[in-house]
Structure formats: C-alpha cells, structure tokens
Design a protein around this ligand. Sequence first.
Ligand code: ATP
Ligand code: MN
Length: 255
Amino acid sequence: MSPHRIRIDREESKVKDEDVIKTVEEVFDSFTNYHVYRLRNSLKAFKELRGAVSAGKEARVYWAKGWRGEDLAVKIYLTSSAEFRKSIKNYIAGDPRFPSVPSKFRDLVYLWARKEYGNLEDMAKAGVSVPAPVAVSGNVLVMRFLGENGLRAPLLVEAWRELEDEDVERMFNLLVDDIERMVCKARLVHGDLSEYNIMIWEGRPWIIDVAQAVSLDHPKSRELLERDLSNVFSFFSHRLDVSEKEESLRRSLEQ
Ligand code: ATP
Ligand code: MN
C-alpha cells in the first residue's frame, strides 16, 4: 500500500461534530478561555473548534476549522501539570534565545507555547516538514492539521506495519534530510525525536511536537542530538541497513 493511502482505524481520534467550545470552557481555566476566544475573535486564527484529537499530560490537541474551511490543529498547554512544571525549566534555562526564566509557572507555559511557535517557524523556513504555524496566544497554539475530516494522520509508529519496505526506505531518507536541515540550517535540535513524534501524511514524514527543541548553542544540545539520532537510527534499523546514511549524516553534522 502506498503511504498516502494509509488508513488506520483510530476510533479514538474520530471526532463528534459537537460544540467543543463548551467543552473547552468546562475543562480549561479562564485565562485559557480568554486566549481561545482571542485567537478566534480578534486574531481570526480559526473559526470553529471541533473535537479532541489527543489528550496528553502536558497538552490537549483539538481539530478546528479555519475561516476558509481549512483544517487546523489547536494545541492547548495545560497550566496545571505538575510533571510539566519540572521538565520545562531545563530546556529554557541555558537556551541563549531565552536569557531569563519566568518565575510564574503560567508565564513559563506561555513562553513554552511561543517557543514551539518560533521553532515551527524556523524549521519551516529551513525546509523541514513541520505543520505550518498559524498563530499563538498565551498557552494556545494554532497550526496546520495533519489529516483530514478530523481524523489525524498516523504516527510513524502506527503506520509502521502498513508501510512497504520501499516506503520505509523513502521515509527514512526524507527524515534524515529533514534532520540535517533542522540542525545545519535552522540550528535547532528537536530533543524528543522518535517514532512517536513523527506523523505520516501526504506520503512523507512530518516532524511534530517541537516545543522542547533547543538551539545548537544550548549546553545540552549535543547530548539531546545524540539521543534523537540513536532513537531514529535504532527504530529504522529493524527494517533497513541504516549505516551508510547514518555515517554520512554524522559527517555533515560535524561540520
Ligand atoms: P502528550 O503529552 O500527549 O504526549 P505532546 O506534548 O506530545 O502531548 P504533541 O506530540 O505535539 O504533544 O501532540 C499530541 C498528539 O496530537 C500527537 O501525537 C498527534 O497524534 C496529535 N497532533 C499533534 N499535532 C498535530 C497536527 N498538527 N495535526 C494533527 N494531529 C496532531
Ligand atoms: Mn508528542
């Protein structure tokens, strides 16, 4: 099966056509509601929130419709997550783009959402396939939706068994080229790259979840890059001989 025809039964990602704004009001605090309304009414970033696509520990992702009928993804960072509180600081501290770490957790989360927006912009500019960022306000980020009719595209890990060997090889080559552009052109290290943060859509891999991406000047960037590379190469090595491509990528990253 060719990758653009991949359809995986993901009942959990199917969306009921209901008024989710109401749900959002019940679930989120008044600050978050303010940003959701601001994005809709003042910034015109989306028209209708449709339904939840993913509900994680740090963020919720919703499917939305734009004013021209386009599909959008709205990622809402939770300002109440305890784990999030601990992990977020390590990525901001040391990144020369953020000389000071906000003391209020809410402000830190806002910075985190803006950081994801900026990382998406810089990566897109460098030619990396990421969902195009549309707008950000507070802890709410709007970007292109990967998928259609509210059915999100499969993650690499979900599409893996359906992919033909030749598709696996093509995905791998496209991904390695994206990693090279991310590091050499955007000068960013993803920091959480794996088969769980790559989506397969329109016959190619898309890198998502880039809030934690740090600049190459960050003191931990080498360590994070090493972890990203070993995640990707060990995953693909189950179905491919990755050694040649790995060597050439490592050589070009050293320069
Ligand atoms: P979690 O705490 O759930 O792990 P996260 O911080 O990892 O959340 P993301 O990985 O960015 O957040 O998004 C969570 C999920 O939402 C993804 O695994 C994917 O299924 C879906 N998703 C994210 N971005 C998009 C998008 N642009 N289009 C469609 N689906 C998306
Ligand atoms: Mn993720």
